[in-house]
Design a protein around this ligand. Structure first.
Ligand code: AMP
Length: 326
């Protein structure tokens, strides 16, 4: 069976963007692939984080994955930092990655501009991501559009390594949702909904009180065209709401558009708010059941065991190929 893998970094609470762009994709692929889903806590260290809050978020992420419908018997779920072979493989890959290609990554260019004291980790994190993907020979990596370039880099690194040292890595393919590849900020629908955004009005956290989330939808920025149409260029706010409603209800965008022909934005927003509110109420109730059981630890222990064996085997193979062994 082919393998699918993805990870989310605990730099803030999971958002609706994370759910639609990533978790839902993993759920939709359930049973069709051997699946690996992790918390990318080492990636979170590339930006400043409060260690106490970071630690607290880790189990919350696992609880939320399950609450969102991820079946732990059908996915290997684990914590990146519990598998020491992953950063070890990353070092081997760093020595097969050019500085030029790492420094050309869009996220690196953008984030390094935001803080003059950025760390080396910000530059090398896509190589760690390559290690996340390549250690287990993932065939498919579902991500939002912002991570597409990093998966392509992983593929380039794997290809180069295979040509130089021998066939050892599967070349991964990126998998992007047709709609929902990027869920936009509700206040500024030209920018990504991000868990590290300072203004919470534009972001729906999966932990938001459903009533608060509904009012964020009601206050979402739209336009003055007074027509409900999927047109991301001219109506980014309305299109974003259509994507959100369609992803959560599994109803086609066209069919939602038809339903609101001739109706106003107020009615449409109320409809989307209801869908979002019901979704949050449902996952939060499931989350409370899971987080108060010892299920999360059992899931992580199992994931640690399976993935450590895989990564150890790969590390030993790579070390031999590169000549660093006794
Ligand atoms: P991150 O939040 O950077 O850890 O990303 C975890 C996953 O969620 C990655 O696959 C991202 O591409 C995806 N993702 C994050 N934010 C969004 C968003 N606003 N819309 C769609 N996908 C997203």
């Amino acid at each position: 069976m082919k393998r699918v893998l993805t990870g989310l970094k605990p730099t803030g609470d999971l958002t609706l963007g994370n759910y639609i762009g990533s978790i839902k994709l993993m759920k939709d692929l359930e049973g069709k692939y051997e699946s690996y889903l992790f918390v990318a806590d080492l990636h979170a260290l590339t930006v400043p984080n409060d260690p106490v809050l970071l630690h607290e978020r880790i189990k919350k992420f696992i609880g939320m994955y399950i609450a969102c419908g991820i079946d732990p018997t059908k996915h290997v779920i684990y914590l990146q930092s519990e598998n020491a072979y992953i950063p070890a493989i990353s070092w081997l890959l760093e020595c097969s990655t050019y500085y030029g290609e790492a420094s050309r990554m869009i996220q690196f260019k953008e984030k390094s501009k935001q803080n003059a004291n950025f760390t080396v980790g910000l530059l090398t994190y896509p190589v760690l991501m390559a290690s996340d993907i390549l250690y287990c020979d993932a065939d498919l990596v579902p991500v939002g559009i912002d991570q597409k370039q990093h998966v392509e880099l992983a593929r380039d690194i794997a290809d180069r390594f295979n040509k130089r040292f021998g066939e050892v890595f599967t070349l991964p393919d990126v998998y992007i949702n047709e709609h929902g590849a990027k869920i936009y900020d509700l206040q500024d629908p030209t920018k990504k909904m991000s868990k590290t955004e300072e203004n919470p009005k534009g972001v729906i956290s999966l932990f938001d009180d459903p009533e608060v989330a509904k009012s964020k939808i009601m206050k979402a920025t739209t336009d003055s065209l007074a027509t409900i149409k999927y047109d991301p260029e001219n109506q980014p706010g309305i299109s974003n709401l259509l994507t959100i409603a369609s992803s959560l209800s599994n109803e086609d965008i066209d069919s939602i558009v038809n339903k609101f022909e001739g109706k106003g934005y107020g009615d449409f927003k109320k409809y989307v708010a209801e869908i979002v509110g019901n979704f949050l109420t449902d996952i939060q109730s499931k989350y409370n059941d899971i987080i108060n059981s010892n299920k999360v630890d059992e899931i992580l222990d199992n994931g640690k065991e399976i993935t450590t064996k895989l990564a150890k085997d790969k590390y030993e193979k790579l070390s031999k190929m590169m000549g660093v062994y006794r």
